[in-house]
Design a protein around this ligand. Structure first.
Ligand SMILES: Cc1cc2nc3c(=O)[nH]c(=O)nc-3n(C[C@H](O)[C@H](O)[C@H](O)COP(=O)(O)OP(=O)(O)OC[C@H]3O[C@@H](n4cnc5c(N)ncnc54)[C@H](O)[C@@H]3O)c2cc1C
Length: 444
């Protein structure tokens, strides 16, 4: 879906409950009452759409990127939490038992019994969910524990708020707004069913197994897997999958990794993985034959998508920082295998020589006259004769300051700081923003 259509659809769905409430033509109340109800209605719509945003639907993330989709998910949850936070405190009308003579809740908010409890518990849980998500790394639980509690908490909150809105809300219990909520609730439930039921079932029918795990740089491994039967999944060079190793397809222990192999190699998927936390540090001990499952492919950091979107690609610039080389290696390998003869420049930054991944393979690739590799080290040893420093303004100006560079396409992957600074430098060189595509390895 084009980003403009996505944003328009999103805004429409967020504002639709306000329009549907207004269309009920109830007698007017004080402004603050209406503001409070309006914020709660918009917040509930945002919360239900959060299920879709986090459901890894390619139709949502393909054009804008999974990292941007997840960032939207995080930021909009904060907006919804802020709306819900102020919601109970804005009302000017007295709160209490529903009065039969005030069916429109104009003089009196009918809030008591179960509806009061679901409102209060939902309010508290939502704030807790957003705060624990924002402070996830400080809390100290494993990523998997956090994800399970986050998903269970989200379902609980949706149920509590739905009960509160239907039982106590002035507008939500009546058609057509009621039907709107039922459709959004059904979509959220369907998303959970797809994510935790259908997709794992499809994965279970397509198991892979580990072929080899070997070191390719300091604390960095190349993992190869192949399907137990048939061909590997179809993907575009530069995309990523969520990978499960030695566990079942329903396990929450899954991790996103870019595919470093070329799609032209139909039998094997390979990954370049750097040790980071508990899962990646165990990689060296994974035995050949271990069962693996993949969920994907996802990601927009591909040359094929770049061309489909009408970007120019007279040449291809690949800017990698550290293990960010993984998807770009996949693109290089694919270009090599498909005899794509466009000029390619790979600028590859690392701290030390020991961190350069697959140095032998990269050296062999340079035999291709169309490919230039510019390795850069920020902490080189005395024997290093290559470039020193980082991928800064000066370096990028030197490498990409030629005529026609604006018609090249720029694919970036690496740490957040490196991506942001490279994007700034490229824009400063006059490279149009639409020619630059980047992918982050972290969603926080
Ligand atoms: C799109 C994408 C592609 C990536 N490609 C590569 C790659 O090719 N090579 C590589 O070495 N690293 C890659 N990463 C990073 C890699 O996923 C993490 O380093 C790895 O998951 C860490 O797991 P851990 O158990 O070792 O560490 P943990 O301490 O458990 O996790 C460290 C951090 O990794 C992130 N993370 C962990 N699990 C998940 C998950 N299921 N979903 C989203 N984020 C998660 C969280 O931010 C977490 O705080 C990629 C990340 C993303 C988002």
């Amino acid at each position: 879906m084009p980003p403009t259509l996505l944003i328009a659809g999103y805004v429409l769905l967020t504002l639709a409950p306000l329009a549907l409430a207004w269309a009920q033509g109830k007698p007017p109340r004080p402004f603050l009452d209406e503001l409070s109800s309006g914020l709660a209605l918009a917040a509930f719509a945002i919360l239900l759409m959060e299920f879709l945003l986090s459901g890894r639907f390619r139709s949502i993330s393909e054009r804008i990127g999974m990292d941007v989709t997840m960032r939207f998910h995080q930021l909009l949850a904060r907006v919804a939490a802020a709306f819900i936070l102020v919601h109970p405190f804005l009302y000017a009308t007295p709160i209490g038992l529903a009065r039969p003579d005030d069916a429109t809740h104009r003089d009196h908010l009918g809030l008591a019994g179960a509806a009061a409890y679901t409102g209060i518990i939902g309010w508290l849980l939502l704030l807790l969910l957003v705060i624990t998500a924002m402070r996830r790394t400080q809390i100290g639980h494993s990523y998997e524990t956090w994800r399970i509690t986050h998903a269970v908490g989200a379902v609980l909150i949706a149920g509590l708020i739905a009960h509160h809105a239907f039982a106590a809300g002035r507008y939500s219990g009546a058609a057509p707004l009621l039907w709107f909520w039922i459709v959004l609730l059904a979509l959220a439930a369907l998303t959970m069913l797809v994510v935790y039921g259908l997709r794992p079932l499809l994965r279970w029918r397509r198991p892979y197994e580990v072929v080899a795990v070997r070191p390719v740089a300091a604390k960095t491994w190349q993992l190869e897997i192949r399907p137990r039967r048939g061909e590997a999944l179809q993907y575009e060079a530069g995309q990523f999958v969520w990978l499960r190793l030695g566990t079942n397809p329903w396990s929450p222990d899954e991790h996103p990794f870019s595919i470093a192999s070329a799609p032209a190699d139909r039998t094997t998927l390979s990954f370049i993985i750097k040790e980071y936390g508990d899962f990646t540090s165990r990689l060296g001990g994974i035995a050949p034959g271990t069962t693996a499952y993949v969920d994907g492919p996802y990601g927009h950091l591909t040359l094929a998508q770049t061309l489909r979107r009408g970007r120019q690609a007279e040449g291809v610039a690949l800017l990698a920082g550290g293990v960010g080389i993984a998807p770009l290696l996949g693109i290089l390998r694919q270009m090599q295998m498909s005899r794509d003869d466009r000029p390619v420049i790979l600028v590859y930054g690392n701290r030390s020589r020991a961190q350069i991944v697959l140095a032998d393979e990269l050296e062999a690739l340079v035999a291709n006259p169309n490919l230039t590799i510019v390795p850069v080290l920020s902490e080189p040893d005395a024997a290093w004769t290559g470039r020193r420093g980082v991928l800064d303004d000066a370096l990028l100006r030197e490498v990409f300051g030629f005529d026609g560079a604006a018609r090249w396409c720029y694919l970036l992957c690496g740490p957040q700081g490196m991506i942001a600074s490279c994007e700034r430098s490229l824009l400063g060189l006059g490279i149009p923003a639409r020619q630059i595509v980047s992918e982050r390895f972290l969603y926080d």
